[in-house]
Write a new protein. Structure first.
Length: 234
């Protein structure tokens, strides 16, 4: 049983076209993760959607007495990111790998060794507590998430593995650039960098229907995300 500390990149590309109103946190994810001491690396796509926020609107900037409010997803666009802001999001993704080093019984040789995985994650992020500087409030966010991975394949029955993302540290580097005084510039929210530590539950070769291979009592993976948030301009 061994834990491996892995560094793996994720690249998030924003999608603007939608039948419903486009929002800043709609995203399509191209996701790369390493294997769980077995199958992998996995690659695939995911979709992340903000479902609620606790925030002020940009239109309220001139009102010093305006207070943040909980808002449903359709009211979470044009939020003022220079004031304390909390978001709750949901992500669903599909991952795939053809690399499977496990050893299987001869009767399974005719079946595909590929492994598919569906990921589900509920996450939250907030401005750094105690920070008053509006540039820092906009540029830095912390949070975490909890979810599950559902593994599927021709050689085994589906099974679930829990996982968590703690911490999720997000930096908006363009927020540090000096802009026109008093003008809220949405383009400063277009690029975001995220560092995440993933804790993935125990997985054994038997769950993948194999007769031998490595098992783990849990995995720790570090991830780095570059997000191009085109929806922030809307």
């Amino acid at each position: 049983m061994r834990r491996r500390l892995l560094l793996c990149p994720l690249v998030i590309l924003m999608v603007c076209a939608s039948a419903r109103p486009a929002r800043a946190d709609m995203s399509e994810v191209i996701d790369y993760i390493f294997g769980l001491s077995g199958p992998g690396p996995f690659s695939g796509v995911a979709y992340e959607q903000e479902v609620a926020c606790f925030a002020n609107k940009i239109a309220e900037q001139a009102d010093p007495n305006a207070t943040p409010k909980w808002r449903p997803l359709w009211r979470c666009y044009s939020t003022d990111k220079t004031r304390p802001l909390t978001n709750i999001s949901f992500q669903i993704g599909r991952l795939h790998t053809d690399t499977n080093p496990y050893t299987y019984a001869p009767e399974k040789d005719s079946s595909s060794a590929s492994v598919n995985a569906w990921t589900y994650l509920v996450s939250g992020s907030t401005s750094v507590p105690g920070v008053a500087n509006r540039v820092a409030v906009r540029a830095l966010r912390v949070g975490g998430g909890y979810g599950a991975i559902h593994f599927l394949g021709d050689r085994f029955g589906g099974f679930w593995v829990p996982y968590a993302e703690i911490p999720r540290i997000t930096v908006s580097p363009l927020a540090f650039l000096r802009g026109a005084d008093g003008e809220y510039q949405k383009w400063k929210d277009v690029v975001r960098l995220r560092y995440t530590v993933k804790y993935i539950g125990a997985v054994s070769f038997a769950k993948f229907g194999a007769v031998s291979g490595n098992s783990t009592d849990g995995e720790i993976q570090q991830t780095f995300t570059v997000e191009i948030n085109i929806g922030a301009l809307l």
